[in-house]
Write a protein that binds this ligand. Sequence first.
Ligand code: FAD
Length: 333
Amino acid sequence: MFSALTRTNVLQLRSLLHRCQSTLVVAEHENGKLTAITLNAITAATKVGGEVSCLVAGTDCSTVAEQISKVQGVKKILVAQHDCYKGLLPEELTPLILASQSQFNFTHICAGASAFGKNLLPRVAAKLDVAAISDIIEVKSQDTFVRTIYAGNALETVKSSDSVKVFTVRGTSFEPAPTEGGSAASEQVTPPPPVGVSQWIEQNVTKSDRPELTSAKVVVSGGRGLKSGDNFKLLYDLADTMNAAVGASRAAVDAGYVPNDLQVGQTGKIVAPELYIAVGISGAIQHLAGMKDSKTIVAINKDPEAPIFQVADYGLVADLFKAVPEMTAALKK
Ligand code: FAD
């Protein structure tokens, strides 16, 4: 009897704890459009349990707030509109998050592990005097998270005893929250006075007709084996037959074959497409850190000993200058 009661109590306590959790997801958006990684962060927040709120700050937030109101799993949207939020500078957003935190006492604060989240949340964590947990790939419980270390080659489970858990979420590790079917209520928050230490001037974003590297379903990446920037045309031709994005190894970027926003890997972008085709890439651990979660990996390399073949689902030992044009021609048929 005693042990049964205890077990019931434990279960009740656990469910109570679950309900007491509340997570704030800081929404990232560009030109009135919610970024995909915010949807991944919302899914991570729902795994914590309890209520999920989203903070939308900006100069004109109506479209983004409207989009988030339909996202499944979000209960409440906090909207903060002010000219000082132009460019979403961490210097201005931090006091806003701190003000929201004093008002609502969230147990968790999170954002996507993008440049935006990685600029912002360590600052917020420092101001709250708690640790920032970066790049999590799994929420095990309210206080326990898994993240990757050693260039993605090891997993680390961390348990936080901080009063507020502040973390960024690796987008490729969580499904995006469904964008239809939700019915979150919006609430205006009064922005704290602007800090004014920095001002957003402009942003130059590379324009491309191809899909964005981190959200493309197919990625064709080239390495030093391509031998020149001009030869990347072979990959662009192949990519265009499949509506694929083009990526590159750091060696190809460092050699000036392609711009560095194409770099995949530990110090580049993390991708997890349905199909990743690595062409003339040896498969260094720092490159694998950015693509090994891809659903299917195809490698084309003339060296049968190249480490990339260890992670590839399909490997083609061949000269890329012969194999790639043949593949493009076959796909065009
Ligand atoms: P290589 O290693 O030179 O491989 C070229 C491959 O092309 C070879 O396997 C060769 O067999 C093949 N090849 C050559 N000619 C042909 C042909 N005609 N047909 C078919 N195959 C051919 N790297 C990243 O990619 N991303 C990162 O983010 C990254 N971050 C790093 C961070 C740190 C701190 C450090 C130290 C390194 C980092 N690197 C990163 C670099 C990484 O260690 C490797 O040097 C790099 O990935 C190698 O690029 P690669 O495979 O294109 O070149």
